[in-house]
Design a binder for this molecule. Structure first.
Ligand SMILES: N[C@@H](CCC(=O)N[C@@H](CS)C(=O)NCC(=O)O)C(=O)O
Length: 205
């Protein structure tokens, strides 16, 4: 059995979308980040950085395996099942490149943009302009790629899952993002229509 420790956020939803796409049975433990549940010793033992998503897999013989971070979770299960990642080395290289853009550029930059433009007590124009510019670079790169390809790699893969929740969050936040990037909108709407994505986006309820 798999227990997913998560919270309603884009990083958490990458993990739940993946588990739904793979049809794996899992239970959900909602970690209340607002109440600081992520700082408790039992959660620290699963996620040393005290961030969700994290996951525990019970294995035969009473053993268990932990995984923390959306990137590690996506890579582990795609490798274990041989699904959601292309076999062909050229296609896999493309998939890994977009996967890493989602994990190391789009995700952190989206969070930093929110922090500096909304949450910061003092609005620092340099920081807001910097993260806005970086975010536009991510959106423009994805939009250009999606002008020539249906998905970020050749076929739906963990690259799409690594990026989708942050694009969905930006779409919900407004600001006309999807109106400015037509290919990104077409891709967003197609991914959002997948039943497994809809189930994963609703976790935790
Ligand atoms: N690199 C991690 C980042 C995870 C992350 O930032 N999680 C946030 C919620 S989206 C969190 O747990 N924040 C709690 C905290 O910072 O204390 C990933 O890709 O999963």
């Amino acid at each position: 059995m798999i227990t997913l420790h998560t919270f309603p956020s884009p990083n958490g939803r990458k993990a739940s979308i993946l588990l739904e796409e793979l049809g794996l049975t899992y239970r959900v433990h909602r970690v209340d980040l607002v109440a600081g549940e992520n700082k408790r010793p039992d959660f620290l033992a699963i996620s040393p950085i005290t961030k969700i998503p994290a996951l525990v897999e019970e294995l035969p013989g009473g053993r268990s395996r932990r995984l923390f971070g959306s990137g590690a979770i996506l890579l582990h299960f795609s490798e274990r099942t041989g699904r959601l990642v292309p076999d062909n080395l050229d296609d896999k290289a493309e998939a890994m490149s977009w996967f890493m853009l989602g994990i190391s550029d789009l995700g952190p930059t989206s969070v930093d943009m929110l922090r500096f433009s909304v949450r910061a007590p003092e609005k620092i124009p340099y920081a807001i302009d910097l993260f806005k510019g970086e975010l536009m670079r991510c959106y423009a790169a994805m939009d250009e790629r999606l002008a020539e390809a249906e998905h970020l790699a050749n076929g739906y893969s963990i690259a799409d899952i690594a990026c989708f929740p942050f694009i969905a969050a930006a779409a919900v936040a407004g600001g006309g993002l999807l109106e400015r990037f037509a290919n990104l909108k077409r891709w967003h709407d197609a991914v959002a229509a997948r039943p497994a994505v809809q189930r994963g986006m609703a976790v935790p309820e």
